[in-house]
Design a protein around this ligand. Structure first.
Ligand SMILES: NC(=O)c1ccc[n+]([C@@H]2O[C@H](COP(=O)([O-])OP(=O)(O)OC[C@H]3O[C@@H](n4cnc5c(N)ncnc54)[C@H](O)[C@@H]3O)[C@@H](O)[C@H]2O)c1
Length: 373
């Protein structure tokens, strides 16, 4: 008996600005190109979507998502639009019967994430977040070594996203505003490495954060810092910044038996990972992966197509995404209330369940009426 080959998926790309090119390029990679075809693209800017379709050989351009969903019935919708649109567009695509791959941040609050996840349950389709850092071979190697027990317990971690974004970057109208970008480097830049930290170290218990807008003409923060305690007992420090002229992304975890570090910028390759065994340990148990699997959009798409074929939840959906979004909400709550925040404490009655940023007046009213602090 011959096995049925998996279906060739019809893909729709929504938002044809800067990052959409990485999504289109993913479908040219050898492991993806026979498994899916981009059948259409959508952008509210007609000339932009027309140019995108021309450049990438896409048959149909649209200026309205609902029309594209109705006419193309795509299997998979990639959302590359500004952050404030992600929730409504994810729900529209899921409801139309598509799976979704959504750029970060996937939503603007825990309340929005709950709406998306409710729609997943009612439609049987999934929405995956683009947290591409999880998928590289170095990260996967580390995850595997942690599960094998070779490293011992994680004890101390450093998670720094030290990037530089100038005023020209913030000249794009949706950036730098609470209503459209949702937050600063916490939700927009450091989200990648913090998601990786949470992927590796698992459930967090308590976070204390600080945020400020020091040097960019924007509403949202341009720097945030945090101290975190994990349920395992491990302690981590985090910096997310867009103010650092020498840019670097740096993750370091000290385990009982070794220090493991990755130093890079927007991607890390196998050679960017460094292992240092504790004194007296012979050999090199790190044994770096021979094959390079990049932490790229192509790797994310390949994994997602596999999930679609298997009908299983993607790695960056469900509780995995929820833990990261809850952590972001807790960082914003801690910074704005100047209090530590515990995992599980932001429930529906909490203003930070509904938004990352609360005006001081609304915050005062809430705590006065609830009698809490
Ligand atoms: N994963 C990554 O490494 C990565 C890197 C950069 C950006 N991003 C994320 O990708 C998203 C887009 O960022 P960008 O830099 O490409 O922005 P961009 O401004 O270059 O592109 C956004 C596009 O969306 C279009 N658009 C706006 N409203 C729309 C609507 N209702 N329907 C359809 N199209 C609409 C705009 O016209 C624009 O062409 C953001 O969420 C950003 O955080 C992710």
């Amino acid at each position: 008996m011959t096995e049925r080959s998996p279906a060739v998926r019809k893909v729709l790309i929504v938002g044809t600005g800067a990052i959409a090119g990485a999504h289109a390029a993913a479908f040219q990679s050898p492991t993806v190109r026979n498994r899916a075809t981009i059948v259409g693209a959508v952008d509210v800017d007609r000339s932009r979507v027309e140019a995108f379709c021309r450049d990438h050989g896409i048959a149909r351009g649209f200026i309205d998502l609902d029309v594209a969903l109705a006419e193309l019935s795509p299997d998979l919708v990639h959302l590359c639009t500004p952050p404030n649109m992600h929730t409504d567009q994810s729900i529209a695509a899921l409801t139309a019967g598509s799976w979704v791959l959504c750029e970060k941040p996937p939503c603007a609050s825990l309340a929005e994430l709950d709406q998306i996840q409710l729609t997943e349950q009612t439609t049987g389709r999934y929405c995956a977040s683009v947290f591409q850092w999880r998928f590289g071979s170095g990260m996967q190697r580390l995850k595997h070594m942690m599960s094998s027990g070779a490293l011992g317990k994680p004890l101390v971690a450093v998670c720094n996203t030290l990037w530089y974004r100038d005023e020209q970057y913030y000249a794009v109208p949706w950036r730098g505003k609470w209503a459209t970008e949702i937050g600063g480097p916490t939700v927009g830049h450091g989200i990648h490495l913090m998601d990786s930290l949470l992927y590796l170290l698992g459930d967090w218990e308590e976070v204390t954060a600080q945020m400020a807008t020091l040097d960019r003409p924007i509403e949202v923060e341009d720097v945030s810092t945090a101290m975190v305690r994990f349920r395992s007992g491990a302690m981590a420090s985090i910096v997310n910044s867009v103010l650092c002229p020498r840019q670097e992304t740096y993750l370091r975890i000290d385990y009982q038996n070794a220090t493991v570090e990755a130093r890079g910028l927007y991607e890390v390759s196998n050679s960017d990972w460094r292992w240092s065994a504790k004194p007296g340990v012979p050999g090199d148990p790190w044994d770096p992966p021979v094959t390079e699997v990049p932490a790229s959009h192509a790797t994310v798409v390949e994994a997602l197509l596999g999930d679609m074929d298997a009908g299983r939840a993607p790695l960056t959906s469900g509780n995995e995404t929820r833990r990261t979004i809850e952590f972001l909400a807790a960082m914003y709550k801690s910074a704005q209330t100047r209090q530590p925040v515990q995992a599980g404490s932001i429930d529906r009655s909490d203003p930070f369940y509904h938004a990352f940023s609360i005006t001081p007046a609304a915050l005062g009213n809430h705590y006065r009426s609830s009698g809490g602090n």
